[in-house]
Design a protein around this ligand. Sequence first.
Ligand code: DX5
Ligand code: ZN
Length: 214
Amino acid sequence: MVTIAPSILAADFAAFGAEIAAVEAEGADWIHVDVMDGHFVPNITFGPQTCAAIRPHIRTLMDVHLMIAPVDPFIDAFAAAGADILTAHVEAGPHIHRTLQAIRAAGCRPGVALNPGTPVEAVRPVLDLVDLVCVMTVNPGFGGQSFIDTCLPKVAQLRAWAPHLHIEIDGGVGPGNARRLVEAGADVLVAGSSVFKGGSVADPAPYGQNIRAI
Ligand code: DX5
Ligand code: ZN
């Protein structure tokens, strides 16, 4: 059973509620929410207020990917906004262990993400603290980038270390590579441009076709 998590980074930012309803009606399993601060990554999206505003429109699960540094001062705000999964980057600060404990204490399921340039060993010491590992297969900050193949061996290694965890792949996922990502051990696929392309709130049928193609 593979979980497909459309990233609303590729949706119409003026219509998040309707976009979420559309992809959920078309078969999305989770909604992936990309938070960027213009500091940890070279782009800015939105923060906890927007997450709180979209939460009532999500019937499935809000998977919040924090591409921000620092993380700790904002954990309570994202928890209050209704994040189900709250994922922090291992590169976002010197105290990822504390950060992940704080996320759990705030009532969210913790995830840890790692960039393409980060060795998989970097997350091993915190695997007992998380419910999910997010393997970035693009350099975070933008949708629509090409999948970086050299990241894939990390997935098999993580699956061997942690059979019980969700292993999520984020970046450049589409019908052309989804099968081998699942074969490598991933069970959650984030997909932005490959889900939202060709459709709209007015015509969401392509979303469903795109989800089923993955
Ligand atoms: C990238 C984000 C991804 C992004 C994926 O920084 O974390 O979630 O939306 O977009 P695609 O699927 O277009 O690569
Ligand atoms: Zn993401």
